[in-house]
Design a protein around this ligand. Structure first.
Ligand code: MN
Length: 233
């Protein structure tokens, strides 16, 4: 290393430290890449009333335009305030245990809802093809999968999510509290998310009040199995 390289590297290291992100700097993207990843809200792939009668329009509107928009804004505010220099969402969640509560909760909320909107659609049918085969192989039948997933979603006390994940090629059902997700290093449930269900009361209370079981039973009618199958890889 010549002196010029040393000086340049020292300046880079100092800059990284002054951003308060020395851990991040070690795996920061190469020069020229975007210095900091931020979250973006995906456009809702359908209108607010499209999932009626299973999910009502007012719930969808409040959920998307207030709850989800707030998670996106809050996590990006925190990324800016703490100068979090992550290169991707994968890297962000792999470091979840080191994040502030604000970054972890809102980052989870941002990502989980982006995922959730995309695995639903109006007048969805039954799973078929490779997703039906994979569910049958892992759980005995599509019906048995739905039963087990429902039990898990019902069993999440308070706010959280139910998930179908692929963990090293094996399909598993589990749940996470609050806005945690299976991509987070501190999550007990690990794996690639294949399907997700929001069981926060804000997802169903206007229409179903305390009847989470009815919400889940109706939600199966809007699962976009084609999108779910894509996530199987
Ligand atoms: Mn939600």
């Amino acid at each position: 290393m010549n002196r010029r390289t040393f000086v340049r590297d020292s300046i880079k290291a100092t800059t990284a430290l002054s951003l308060g992100s020395s851990l991040v700097a070690a795996s920061a993207p190469a020069e020229g890449a975007s210095p900091s990843f931020t979250f973006a809200q995906v456009p809702l792939p359908y209108g607010y009333s499209a999932l009626e009668p299973h999910i009502d329009a007012l719930t969808m509107e409040i959920h998307y335009s207030r709850h989800h928009t707030a998670y996106i804004k809050n996590v990006n505010d925190e990324i800016a305030a703490k100068s979090l220099g992550f290169g991707s969402e994968t890297e962000f969640f792999a470091n979840a245990s080191k994040l502030s509560d604000k970054a972890r909760n809102n980052g989870g909320g941002a990502w989980n809802h982006n995922f959730f909107w995309q695995v639903m659609k109006p007048s969805a049918g039954a799973p078929s093809g490779k997703i039906a085969e994979a569910l049958t192989q892992a759980f005995g039948s599509v019906e048995k999968f739905k039963e087990q997933f429902t039990i898990t979603a019902m069993g999440r006390f308070g706010s959280g999510w139910a998930w179908l994940v692929s963990d090293q090629g094996k399909l598993k059902i589990g749940s996470t509290p609050n806005q945690d997700n299976p991509l987070m290093d501190l999550s007990e449930l690990k794996g690639t998310p294949i399907l997700a269900l929001d069981v926060w009361e804000h997802a169903y209370y206007l229409k179903y009040q305390n009847k989470r079981a009815d919400y889940i039973a109706n939600w199966w009618s809007v699962v976009n199995w084609e999108e779910v199958a894509k996530r199987l890889g």
